[in-house]
Design a protein around this ligand. Sequence first.
Ligand code: FEO
Length: 390
Amino acid sequence: MEILENVYWVGVIDWDERDFHGFEIVRGATYNAYLIIDKKITLVDTVKHKFFPEMIERIKQVIDPSQIDYIISNHVEMDHSGSLVGMKKIAKDATIVCTQKGKYGLCKYFDCGDWEFRVVRTGDEIKIGKRTLMFLEMRMLHWPDNMATYVKEDKLLLSNDAFGQHIASVERFDEEIGVDEAIKWAKIYYANILMPFGNLIKKKLKEIGDLGLQFNMIAPSHGVIWRNPEKIIESYAKWANFENENKVVIVYDTMWKSTAKIAKAIADGAATKAKVRMFHVRRDALSEIMTEILDAKAIAIGSPTMHNTVFPPVAGFLAYMKGLKPKNKIGLAFGSYGWSGGATKEINRVFEELRFEVMEPLEVMYKPTREELEMAYDVGVELGKRASKT
Ligand code: FEO
C-alpha cells in the first residue's frame, strides 16, 4: 500500500497473536515496515521472522528487494529486526542504519560480521535522492537502542514503537478505524509498554518541539498510521504528565468470596464520589487493568492472606504493576484473613515502593460482618473523596 507518493507500507498483519511478552493483545497486532523508493531505495524496519516471506512478497510488488540500498533498523527487538538476516541475504550490499546501541544489540542477536553499518545520532541526516532522512534517538523508549526516522520533505515520522497500538486491522489509517478508537488502542499500548518512561517521553516531546519538527503523518511500527498526529501527541503529553481522572480502580482476587464482598462494598462507597472500575485479577486482562490504572487517582488492591502472604495471582499482578511504575496515586490495601494477616502488608510494600499516598489498610477476619461491610463502604467513600481531589 502506498501511504505517500513512493512510500509503501510493506508490513504484515498478525491476526493470531494474543500474548506479546506478557501483554495480552486481545485484537492481534501489525508489524509495520516501510519502503521508500528514491535514488537510494530504503527499507525502514522489518517484521517478525516468521512473517519474512510475506514481507518479501509485498516488497516484490514494488521493486526487486536485492536493489535495497539502506535498511533502517529503528529498534533491535525481534518484532522489527527478526527478518534482518533474511533481508541481508537478499539485499547483500544494503547498509544497516541504526544507533550505536542498535548496532551492539543487532550483533548480539545475529552474526553480523560482514554487515556494513552506518551508526547515527540525533540530527544526523542521509540524503537518499529527493528525500532526506533525519534520525532521532529515542533512548529507553522503550529499549536503549530505539530511534525514529524523520522524512523531512514529507514531514513524515517513522516512529517505530512510539505512538503504536497493538491491533490487527485491514485499515491502515487512524480515521479509517476512527481516531478515538485508535487513541483507545494507543492508550492500552502506552500503559503496558511506555508507562515507566513518562519523564523521558516528556523530555523527548520537548526536544521535538525545540528541533522545530512538524509532522504531517506519524507512521509507527504497530497499528494504524496517524494522519491526525496532533491527537496522539496531545494524548502522549497527557499520559506522560501522569494526569489523573477522578477514578478509583479496584483490583482483587478472592478465595471464599470474603475479599470479593469487601471489594464490592468499597466500590459502592467510592462510586458516590468518583468513577469506579473493578477487576478480578484472574478474570480480567492485566493489560486492561493497567490501562485503567494509567489515569486513575486511586487504586485499591484486595487479596486474601494465604500462607501469611498475598494470594499468588495478586502477587503476579503486583509484580506487573510495579514494573510499569504508575505514579501520583493513592493506594488502599484490603482483604480477609483467617488466623494471621500478611497480604495487606505485602500490597502496602508495593504501594510504598511506588511512592503512593498509602491509606490505612482494611483487614477482616474470615467472612465480613454487616458492620465490617459498612466500614468498607465508608472507606470506599473516603477513597472516592480523595480521588476526586485531583
Ligand atoms: Fe520494542 Fe515493537 O518492539
